[in-house]
Design a protein around this ligand. Sequence first.
Ligand code: HEC
Ligand code: HEC
Length: 445
Amino acid sequence: MRLWLLSILLIPSVISAAEPTAAERGKKALLETSFIPPAWRQPAFDSVWKRWDGVKEKPVDYAAALRDRYGLHVAPYKNDDLPMGLRKASFLFVQGVSIDCMLCHGSSIMGKSYVGLGNSSLEIQSLFEEMSGADGRPPRTPFVFGNVRGTSEAGGMAVYLLGFRNPDLSLIRPRKELGLHDDLCEDVPPWWHLKKKKTMYHTGGADARSVRSKMQFMMTPITTRQEFEKHEAAFRDIDAYLKTIEAPKYPFAIDQTLASTGAKLFATNCVSCHGTYGENSTYPNKIVPLDEIGTDPKRYEGITPTFADYYNQSWFAKEQDGWFSSGYQALPSRGYQAPPLDGIWATAPYFHNGSVPTVYHVLNSKKRPTMLTRSFKTDEADYDKVKLGWKYRELEDGPAVEIKPIERRKIYDTRLPGRGNGGHTFGDHLTEEERMAVIEYLKTL
Ligand code: HEC
Ligand code: HEC
């Protein structure tokens, strides 16, 4: 009798607790689904260390050694002992490892991993070359996937992969040339800004509501149109989840008096582009023309109208989201979007190409290092609490010619294509005291 009563009382609450929200479903789909077939077979993953220079036997802590080599981070969710960004996958009878969104959109700071923090440690070029080599395939990529560590050519990947598709996503050969450039050196924006944005990507080139735009990464030649359609509902949920992610709080002490001085300076110098924060926050979603912002033009120029026109004819742009929507077309842009600055302390290096190591250098264009390297680790020892960003070492001379490519990619040379560190001179007129006050304020966002 008692049990019977209990079960009646329990059933309604069990039912309501079992009804997940779209964001909860999205989180689960993002962290548990492998949307694409394995990129490499399992033995490649187990033996890739044989391709690491000077390594004679399998490292004892293989997981840590692998994270270190490729700039990956511990997964803060269940992932079969793989780091964030790699995932177990199978295709027909082949077991292997594939990549997922968190390869670029998952990182760590102060010893803690976050889904949605852009991965500024990633060594994507070696990951693909060495894993493919270990899998018995040619150890080269069809174009450059990463010119410099911590950045990738994600835009180039979209241009390259769409070239294999008809507008209805059926495959075509030979590949259509849609203006592939692989010198964009893209830094990854954090996902916690997405909820504020009307347009997304560095140039504001897409409607932030577009779900299909976020599926472009699934365009491996094995993925069929049916699979895109099958996963569209999951991506709608993923989109809802991405828009719930919050920026991590600055974990160290903040001088509140100095920060309130900084807040006033921010209001007069920065709000018009970057918006206001705290209660009743505003975000103007401003795209600043290239000649006014003056940062490196390669990303702006590198994804061409040829690609945009073709994208607009394709399945990706024909999303039906409500009665009046005829899809989300690629949007023309005149420059770069001024991003929200929530959690800015955690997202060094800065600008769309990651060319500037700290917020201090964003606000003082004359002091920016021309050639630099850093640890690519993300612990307290690697972090500069004064300048807000990564500690770095400035280099005088270029690397010796015989240096291995993986070592050369650790050097950010701002004189090379796509890597310019000029522009955004809006903090130059501040005195050093004022600049430090603005930085103190930015820690509160
Ligand atoms: C190879 C690295 C890489 C992978 C994998 C990747 N992204 Fe990205 N993502 C980027 C880069 C780089 C940008 C910035 C692109 C630009 O504008 O140049 C970006 C931009 C975005 C943005 C826009 C953010 C903003 O604020 O403008 C969203 C949303 C996004 N990615 C979602 C995803 C999802 C979902 C996946 C997985 C299905 C994914 N990405 C996989 C590198 C990657
Ligand atoms: C005229 C508009 C404008 C003004 C004024 C402006 N910014 Fe920006 N800011 C931008 C744009 C656009 C970018 C992105 C540039 C790029 O990535 O190439 C940017 C980038 C930044 C970044 C790097 C963001 C990131 O995630 O990489 C920081 C930090 C920043 N601004 C802080 C400030 C501060 C502080 C002020 C005031 C002293 C200020 N900005 C004034 C337009 C502006």
